[in-house]
Unconditional design. Structure first.
Length: 181
């Protein structure tokens, strides 16, 4: 390595013989190469036990990455997932399947440890954005009121939990009983 003091700024810079590769693009390309090919012809929706619904590929039920049954409580959700599976042309790209990915996350992650997930969510309940409102932009204030107040009203009606709403971003301590509810 050259000594810092012997650096000559007029010296021409060496040309790189290898092209500079974007590491994110390279990782994305490698991830695409590993995606499975579409192996099914027909996508349909069928009933599962307990009133649930499932996606069927060539009549066979789809499984989650953890090999659990991919089942949802409503037919319209199963139909949305079926549309995602049907839209896969040559490869199965999970990035183009948000309903399926969300169902997989719930079935493989949330459903197997609901207490831990609930405890983790409680950490943020007291600082949820629903409780902090804008003050200076009338349009934003109106939109927050129109969209967020019904959610807070539902929480109060359903769980008896009343959250304080503050203007600005200064933290407001919420009632611990409301958070627990």
């Amino acid at each position: 390595m050259r000594d810092f003091l012997s650096y000559d700024p007029t010296e021409t810079k060496p040309e790189f013989t290898e092209p500079v590769v974007d590491p994110v693009a390279r990782a994305r390309d490698h991830a695409r190469a590993d995606l499975p090919k579409r192996f099914y012809r027909e996508v349909s929706v069928g009933p599962a036990e307990g009133g649930a619904w499932r996606v069927l590929l060539d009549g066979r039920p789809v499984r989650t990455p953890a090999r659990r049954h991919l089942e949802v409580p409503r037919r319209d959700l199963a139909e949305a997932m079926a549309a995602e599976w049907a839209a896969q042309e040559t490869i199965i790209d999970p990035r183009a399947m948000p309903h399926t990915r969300l169902a997989n996350a719930v079935i493989d992650g949330v459903a197997v440890q609901p207490a831990a997930v609930a405890a983790d969510a409680l950490k943020y309940a007291g600082s949820d954005l629903l409780c902090y409102r804008a003050t200076d932009t009338a349009r934003l204030v109106d939109r927050q009121t129109r969209l967020w107040d019904p959610v807070l009203d539902w929480i109060e009606e359903t769980y008896g939990a009343r959250f304080l709403v503050a203007e600005g971003i200064v933290h407001v301590a919420q009632d611990p009983e409301a958070i627990a509810a």
